[in-house]
Design a protein around this ligand. Structure first.
Ligand code: C5P
Length: 288
């Protein structure tokens, strides 16, 4: 086998609460993460030496800052691999959007190189390499529905969420995750929202209910940086899509749809007035 193609799925957050600022500058979090069908496609090619990234996306860096590059470098260092890798990223997930686009590419590179080069990396080793690259990368290794704590790397897999269509809308602005977290600290807002109800609903396969624990404490912050987040959210709520929230540090807003909402969602997409937004219909994705 000289090459391998893998899918790298995006995620949304059904819940994101910050518990506290840690001494290392990161935050302890509580998050409910959910994979969605929207994905990048990564093709890995064996190469004699070095790391080369190619992509079809003009705004994506192909240098060392790309998380896929970092992931490849970490795998090579950890396993003392004598060969290199060429990585082609067919980018479909919007960049800097709160959808873990970079993290999922990195996870796909780690899993993919392990397979392509028969590296025999165990689950724990793979997890450690992933966490070295970023807080969301460990979740992206497997995906599905999970409760993530600590920096986001401690994962408890939940009962797969019932399939829902998901409408995604991203305004053109990009936000820096670091800036959003820093501003959160400055504003010094602490809400301490209980996640227990939502976990109970998911684990017992009950109907989702907007009152029960849906929250993203970063939404308030990103709305100040990117007023479009509020404009988009209000537009989606006006359509009657009540499960509407920002994902991660944003600025993507998603609506989790009921069956009865789907025709309307297509109508909303076809008539969306803000032509610079990325808007698409996808669905929740589970793997077991
Ligand atoms: O881990 P990652 O590099 O993806 O994090 C990006 C930024 O998000 C960090 O530099 C930090 O500012 C913030 N972050 C945080 N606490 C976390 C995860 C991310 O403060 N648990």
């Amino acid at each position: 086998m000289n090459q391998l193609t893998v899918k790298a799925y995006a995620k949304i957050n059904l819940f994101l609460d910050i518990k506290n600022l840690r001494e290392d500058g990161y935050h302890n979090l509580e998050m409910v993460m959910q994979s969605i069908s929207l994905h990048d496609t990564i093709t890995l090619y064996k190469k004699d030496n070095g790391i080369k990234i190619e992509t079809n996306h003009s705004k994506l860096t192909n240098g060392e800052e790309n998380l896929a590059y970092k992931a490849a470098q970490a795998v090579i260092n950890r396993t003392k691999l004598a060969q290199g890798i060429k990585i082609f990223i067919d980018k479909k997930i919007p960049i800097a959007a709160g959808l873990a686009g970079g993290s999922t590419d990195a996870a796909a590179v780690i899993n993919g190189m392990n397979k392509l080069y028969d590296l025999n990396l165990g689950e724990k080793e793979i997890h450690n390499i992933a966490f070295e690259i970023g807080s969301d990368v460990p979740f992206c290794l497997k995906g599905g529905t999970a409760f993530a704590t600590k920096r986001g790397e401690k994962l408890r897999y939940l009962r797969p969420l019932k399939k829902h269509k998901v409408l995604l809308v991203k305004p053109p602005e990009m936000v820096s995750t670091k800036k959003v977290y820093n501003l959160y600290d400055e504003y010094n807002i602490s809400k301490d929202i209980p996640v227990k109800k939502l976990l109970d609903i998911i684990n017992n396969n009950k109907e989702l209910n907007i009152e029960d624990g849906w929250a993203n404490v970063l939404e308030l912050i990103t709305k100040r940086l990117v007023p479009d987040v509020k404009i988009i959210k209000d537009k989606l709520l006006d359509q009657g899509f009540k499960f509407t929230m920002m994902t991660g540090s944003g600025p993507t807003v998603f609506s989790l749809l009921d069956k009865k909402d789907i025709d309307l969602a297509y109508n909303v997409i076809n008539n969306w007035p803000r032509t610079d937004d990325f808007i698409t219909l996808t669905e929740t994705k589970n793997f077991n």
